[in-house]
Design a binder for this molecule. Structure first.
Ligand SMILES: Cc1cc2nc3c(=O)[nH]c(=O)nc-3n(C[C@H](O)[C@H](O)[C@H](O)COP(=O)(O)OP(=O)(O)OC[C@H]3O[C@@H](n4cnc5c(N)ncnc54)[C@H](O)[C@@H]3O)c2cc1C
Length: 376
């Protein structure tokens, strides 16, 4: 093993970029970040970057721990990137979840009590408070508003690019438009019994151009991770879940221009993008059968749009600038995300399958990867 540990991170969506940046801050590592495309062209390129922590219904266990750790890290990360000269578009005005049904209010009240104990504010607004703060929402339908001032939204592609540049500035080697096509295997030199299964290791990562020697490999290839683990004879069931959204423009900002939180109602997010533009997303579309191709369903996008107009009628006048879709990587038969060593290998870590929360959970994921790389 060389003096500096050589780490290869395969896949540069938001997760790989965050991992590379976090590792670039460790002086004893030599990091290479690889992607078959340019950064942020997978699921990350389709995400709206909503960071749903305090207003999510997760209150304990691994999922809440990841969310809370990510919330805290975002709080320090963004000033850190700004100090390096990378400012990432970021909405710090919180998330307002609009509640249409009084019957679900007790659930929000109990969440509010738990969050208070955890030290996170969560406000429950009466309909008149919602109307005063967000006059663009249809008041007659609203039973309450749940306002989470500490939740955030961030531009995922800009974040990914900033992380890549910051990581490169810290010495990370970037190899983009160069897909990983195979691995060279060996036996872990630290193990006495070199024949038994479970002590294999990846010695190098190969592409059509080159072979890169590695001491440790982190697989952050989103939906592409399954194909990579298959090359290592370890299946990792990951399936795509399609999401569609649209970007629209109104002639003047919806509601109060000084208060533009992300709004979430009836499973539709309304995300202010600046300049009178808003993102409206996202559908959740499963393949009809496992392995079948997944095409965007225009009826589902239309239904999403109508639900958005129902709670924010001014959208009916909006100009639709574009529609888009992407595929979320979802682990099958287990909870998202998958952050663990690859079975049968001593030096391969999976950090993938973040499904609907990869942008949000990237910082907590990167911290786990860093601790693994450093043997903690
Ligand atoms: C419509 C939509 C809305 C979303 N909204 C949100 C949101 O608001 N908040 C949130 O937190 N999450 C959201 N998500 C989910 C989020 O986008 C994903 O969880 C996240 O982007 C996953 O990031 P990733 O880096 O793991 O994967 P990806 O972004 O898919 O990146 C994987 C990368 O690996 C590369 N790769 C694959 N195979 C190889 C190979 N063999 N060699 C080299 N490179 C390879 C790919 O080219 C790709 O760049 C949304 C998703 C969609 C589709």
């Amino acid at each position: 093993m060389s003096q500096r540990t050589r780490i290869i991170v395969v896949g540069c969506g938001v997760v790989g970029a965050m991992v590379a940046y976090e590792l670039s801050r460790c002086p004893d590592l030599t990091v290479t970040l690889m992607d078959g495309q340019l950064p942020g062209h997978g699921a990350t390129g389709a995400a709206l970057g909503i960071l749903m922590g305090v207003c999510s219904q997760k209150v304990k266990g691994r999922n809440w721990r990841l969310r809370e750790a990510s919330l805290r890290r975002y709080h320090t990360l963004l000033p850190e990137l700004a100090a390096l000269g990378f400012s990432v578009p970021y909405n710090a005005q919180g998330i307002l979840s609009v509640c249409f049904d009084r019957a679900v209010l007790p659930r929000w009240e109990s969440l509010q009590a738990i969050r208070e104990l955890q030290g996170w504010p969560l406000e429950i607004w009466k309909p008149e408070q919602v109307a005063a703060a967000c006059p663009h929402l249809a008041p007659d339908q609203i039973a309450a508003g749940i306002y989470s001032p500490c939740d955030r939204q961030i531009a995922p592609k800009a974040l990914t690019q900033a992380l890549v540049q910051a990581a490169a500035g810290n010495g990370v080697t970037c190899r983009f438009q160069e897909a990983v096509t195979g691995f060279e295997l060996g036996w872990d030199q630290n193990c006495d019994d070199q024949r038994s299964l479970g002590e294999r290791c990846v010695q190098a990562v190969t592409t059509l151009r080159e072979t890169y020697a590695a001491d440790r490999v982190v697989l952050t290839a989103g939906l592409g991770t399954g194909a990579l683990t298959a090359m290592l004879a370890q299946p990792l069931p990951l399936g795509p879940v399609l999401g569609q959204g649209m970007r629209v423009r109104v002639t003047s900002p919806l509601g109060d221009p000084q208060f533009q939180p992300v709004i979430n109602g009836d499973d539709v997010h309304l995300v202010p993008l600046g300049g009178g533009e808003y993102g409206v997303a996202a559908t959740v579309e499963f393949p009809p059968e496992e392995g079948m191709a997944l095409e965007p369903d225009s009826d589902l996008l239309q239904a999403l749009w109508q639900r958005a107009i129902a709670y924010c009628p001014a959208l009916a006048q909006a100009e639709i600038l574009e529609t888009w879709h992407g595929l979320r990587p979802r682990p099958q038969g287990r909870a998202a995300p998958v952050i663990e060593p690859l079975a049968g290998f001593t030096n391969v870590l999976l950090a993938t399958g973040h499904y609907r929360n990869g942008v949000f959970l990237a910082p907590a994921t990167a911290a786990i990867v860093r601790d693994w790389v450093r043997g903690q």
